[in-house]
Design a protein around this ligand. Structure first.
Ligand code: NAP
Length: 271
């Protein structure tokens, strides 16, 4: 198996990475930064986002695995002290017949952004946000080519199902199981009064729908794409839809999504 490791570059992640390479070499695995089959993220969810964007042009043939080193680790199935067990499973040694990696695929969002930078296409694993730099964001939101609302407020957060537990959750959006191919549009502090009106709650679009955002005036905007940010001064439009492509995670043992949610947000101590 060809693999690469993406890590958070702190002391513990660097140490685990060195251990991983040693254990992998002992088991005949081949380090390959250019064309790995599996990318192991060692750190937190932010590390997985970096790994995803680094290999976003090879998603059709790469699977990701997460090892977390102390942070939340929503995308990470493995603890630091389970590294050898993970490498054994990856290398296929000491495998009972029943344990084979299962590939779990999660939906992504594709974006087409038209601005002074021209037409740019992106895919995001967590979410995309749009905010004004100098104050209130004013933007027209169309759904399936019909005007839906004129948004005024701090910003808009459009998330994938696996990203629904990230920024989307902080702004009151619902958590969506990643087997549901959908995107969620959540408001960030919208202005609602007799003059200005938005829906006021988040909404969920199915795979065959799309959403367009038009900036209503020349305003300086900040776009975030997962952990990346882009400044845009003359936005024409942003089209978002559920991507035709998905991201693959290699699961060497079951870790159901709702267990992940419970572990991350409720903890084990509360019944
Ligand atoms: P960061 O500000 O260093 O970390 C943001 C936090 O979000 C970390 O605790 C991270 O977990 C967690 N996180 C990331 N993806 C998640 C997911 N799918 N489910 C649950 N939690 C998740 O930023 P970063 O590490 O570069 O990550 C960028 C992400 O931060 C963005 O995609 C956005 O979702 C999130 N963010 C959230 C807010 C907010 O909630 N108000 C504001 C800005 C950005 P780890 O500790 O395991 O890395």
């Amino acid at each position: 198996m060809r693999y690469n490791v993406q890590n958070r570059n702190d002391e513990i992640s660097n140490q685990l990475t060195a251990n991983f390479h040693r254990l992998a070499a002992d088991r005949g695995m081949k380090f390959d930064e250019e064309a790995p089959e599996v990318v192991v993220s060692i750190g937190g969810d932010g590390t997985m986002l970096h790994a995803f964007h680094k290999y976003s042009d090879q998603l059709d043939r790469i699977s990701f695995v997460g090892v977390h080193t102390g942070h939340l680790g929503f995308y990470a199935d493995w603890q630091a002290d389970e590294l050898e067990q993970l490498v054994n499973l990856m290398a296929g040694t000491k495998l009972p017949d029943s344990i084979t990696p299962r590939i779990v695929q999660y939906p992504l969002i594709e974006l087409e952004i038209v601005s002074e930078h021209g037409l740019e296409k992106y895919q995001v694993l967590n979410e995309f946000t749009l905010k004004g730099v100098d104050g209130t964001l004013v933007a027209q939101i169309d759904i399936n080519d019909q005007i839906f609302e004129m948004f005024r407020g701090d910003g808009i957060c459009i998330s994938t199902p696996s990203g629904s537990t990230a920024y989307n959750k902080s702004v009151g959006g619902a958590l969506i199981h990643p087997s549901i191919e959908a995107l969620q549009i959540a408001e960030i502090a919208s202005i609602n009064n007799r003059v200005y009106r938005t829906l006021g709650s988040s909404l969920i679009l199915p795979k065959h729908h799309h959403c367009d955002i038009y900036s209503s005036k020349t305003q300086r905007l900040i776009l975030s794409l997962d952990h990346l940010t882009i400044a845009v001064d003359q936005l024409q439009s942003i089209r978002c839809a559920v991507s035709a492509q998905k991201v693959s995670f290699a699961r060497f043992r079951p870790f159901p999504f709702w267990n992940r949610v419970k572990q991350a947000f409720i903890g084990q101590g509360f019944q």
